[in-house]
Design a protein around this ligand. Structure first.
Ligand code: ADP
Ligand code: MG
Length: 366
């Protein structure tokens, strides 16, 4: 139940490690936001800035328009859940949950009420007497969440909270966690290296790279409307095709790719400019040449691998660029190596960006 705002926050460790650079964003009251980005991009530092265990070198952080530095730690109403369970092994579930309110000096009746409420919020009432050693990994994480509720936290900070769970259980727990956060009206910030998790659990996702905010948006925004090459590259799987704008006068821009041309989403880039077309591997199709095919580039099959529900079809385009489609495997029939094919592009499913001055490779550096 708190709005969080970062205003131009920079954190420099030592003399020159810029872990977070000029970070600005707003997380609305009750929102579930994930932070994703390559290792070392500043996710944990951002979380620690929120927790108050590191202070900004420059810039300010606000909780509900109050500057955090001026708020005493106990008034920040923070709860934490990490990959490693922060549960006391010698106390049973009930005692673990009662620990926070007890330390705060709450009255016995109030503590009992808080613990009962917290236990039911995670559906663990029946396990009140159990010891941590008797609980499964998801149950231990539920105890961590119950402790957050008993401590009357309003902001929940999660750093790889599902990292210790098996894949199948992890997916189930994602739904539980989101539902829990929403029912309790918490504002949640969740750090994960697993982008599928971030996309399925969050209201919004922040993509960080080298300490900078690259894009903040809904999961749909990141998949369907990436605003830059890095997001296209890092979130999901995209391929890039280089070209030059031939015509920018209609809803779709015509782009020259080698000796061919295709229509792509008009990005307001002028005629003659060098561009990069970004297209998700799931969003294009590879077909045998046919006069009815529209908006395609010609290529030759490098490989066609069957991966159960998907096929990965690698194609060498005429302009010598390689792209790889991820196509639903509707039948076991495969393309043959060297076969000529049409790579069919749906213009509304493409994004077109100005060619980065530093080159594509450099702009994707992590
Ligand atoms: P992430 O969680 O995204 O992997 P971190 O926030 O942990 O990234 O780290 C960001 C950068 O800051 C890294 O280059 C890391 O080495 C550096 N860093 C983090 N904490 C410290 C610290 N206490 N002292 C010095 N450098 C640090
Ligand atoms: Mg980290």
């Amino acid at each position: 139940m708190t709005e969080i705002q970062f205003k131009h926050v920079t954190k420099i460790f030592g003399k020159k490690v810029e872990a977070v650079k000029d970070l600005s964003f707003i997380i609305e009251d009750g929102e579930y936001v994930s932070l994703i980005g390559p290792s070392g991009c500043g996710k944990t530092t951002t979380l620690r800035l929120l927790a108050g265990t590191v202070l900004p070198t420059r810039g300010k952080i606000f909780f509900d328009n109050e500057e955090v530095e001026k708020l005493p730690i106990q008034k920040r109403n923070l709860g934490f859940v990490f990959q490693h369970f922060a549960i006391f092994p010698h106390m049973n579930v009930w005692e673990n949950i009662a620990y926070g309110p007890t330390v705060k000096g709450k009255r016995k009746s109030e503590i009992e009420e808080l613990v009962e409420h917290s236990l039911s919020s995670v559906q663990m009432k029946k396990r009140a007497e159990s010891f941590p050693s008797e609980l499964s990994a998801p149950e231990l994480q539920k105890v961590s969440l119950a402790r957050v509720i008993a401590a009357e936290a309003k902001i929940l900070l999660l750093d790889e909270p599902l990292g210790a769970l098996d894949q199948k259980i992890r997916e189930e727990f994602q739904f539980f966690l989101r539902d829990f956060v929403k029912k309790q009206g918490l504002t949640a910030i969740h750090v994960t290296h697993d982008q599928a998790e971030a996309l399925s659990i969050s209201d919004k996702v922040i993509v960080l790279n080298k300490g900078q905010l690259i894009q903040m948006g809904t999961p749909e925004d990141l998949i369907f409307s990436p605003t830059n090459l890095f997001t296209s590259f890092f979130v999901g799987e995209s391929d890039f095709i280089e070209g030059y704008i031939l015509d920018d006068s209609t809803r779709f821009s015509k782009v020259r790719v080698g000796l061919e041309s295709v229509y792509v989403q008009n990005a307001g880039i002028s005629k003659g400019e060098r561009v990069v077309i970004a297209i998700r591997r799931e969003f294009f199709d590879v077909k045998k040449p046919n006069k009815n095919n529209e908006n395609f580039l010609t290529g030759k099959i490098i490989s066609d691998k069957f991966l159960g529900l998907f096929r990965r079809v690698k194609v060498l385009l005429k302009n010598q660029q390689i792209i790889e489609a991820k196509i639903h495997a509707k039948s076991p029939i495969k393309f043959k190596e060297n076969e000529t094919v049409h790579v069919i592009i749906d213009p509304s499913r493409t994004r077109c960006f100005e060619f980065p001055k530093e080159g594509i490779q450099k702009s994707l550096e992590m």
